[in-house]
Design a binder for this molecule. Structure first.
Ligand SMILES: Nc1ncnc2c1ncn2[C@@H]1O[C@H](COP(=O)(O)OP(=O)(O)OP(=O)(O)O)[C@@H](O)[C@H]1O
Ligand SMILES: O=C(O)C1=C[C@@H](O)[C@@H](O)[C@H](O)C1
Ligand SMILES: [Mg+2]
Length: 171
């Protein structure tokens, strides 16, 4: 039985939500997506929260979710792409689980977020530049928090899951 929570971090389109849900089934653990949890608790969607409360308000809500997970039974947690921006969030994840950085190139992120209407930071014509700038800023923070780094550019979600389960000794 996997005894520690597994946190998936990484940029938009890395596959945190997709792989997280599949991994939770594989390990027979509950699944939580912080983006979904923030929306459920607030009763509004992410674009609405960004609009009314700004990115800061959204980040505060992410922190509340992570705080409430401390001490909870092991689960698989998919996070939002910017969760590492707060040092407190990085500390909360490192202290309470095994952190996996799902890596994806900007080209991959572009492909996987192409039709997206729900990610407020990408609703601009210079989407590629935004993704590149965010990645440059955030990559050191993903690495700082990570116990394991898995590249998702090639290979199926299944292969990514295999790498993770092997690393946590469940493969
Ligand atoms: N390893 C993969 N190979 C191919 N497609 C993938 C892979 N992982 C995810 N995808 C696809 O990429 C898209 C985005 O994935 P997903 O929503 O899981 O990303 P995310 O990391 O949760 O992003 P966000 O940070 O915005 O929540 C989905 O359509 C998903 O099917
Ligand atoms: O990269 C980001 O900052 C974000 C990623 C998404 O998962 C959401 O958390 C939100 O759209 C912000
Ligand atoms: Mg997601």
């Amino acid at each position: 039985m996997q005894s520690r929570t597994i946190y998936l971090i990484g940029p938009m389109g890395a596959g945190k939500s997709t792989i997280g849900r599949m991994l939770s089934r594989e390990l027979n653990l509950p699944f939580l997506d912080t983006d979904q949890e923030v929306e459920d608790r607030c009763g509004a969607d992410i674009p609405w929260i960004f609009d009314r409360e700004g990115e800061d308000g959204f980040r505060q809500r992410e922190t509340f979710v992570l705080e409430s997970l401390q001490g909870a039974p092991a689960q698989v947690v998919a996070t939002g792409g910017g969760i590492v921006m707060r040092e407190k969030n990085r500390r909360l994840m490192i202290a309470s689980g095994f952190v996996v950085f799902l890596q994806a190139s900007v080209a991959t992120q572009m492909q996987r977020t192409a039709k997206d209407k729900r990610r407020p930071l990408l609703q601009r014509p210079d989407r590629e530049q935004v993704l590149a700038d965010l990645y440059e800023l955030r990559e050191p923070l993903y690495r700082e928090a990570a116990d394991l780094v898995v590249c998702t550019d090639r290979g199926s979600p299944r292969q990514v899951i295999k790498e993770i389960t092997e690393a946590v000794g469940m493969g």
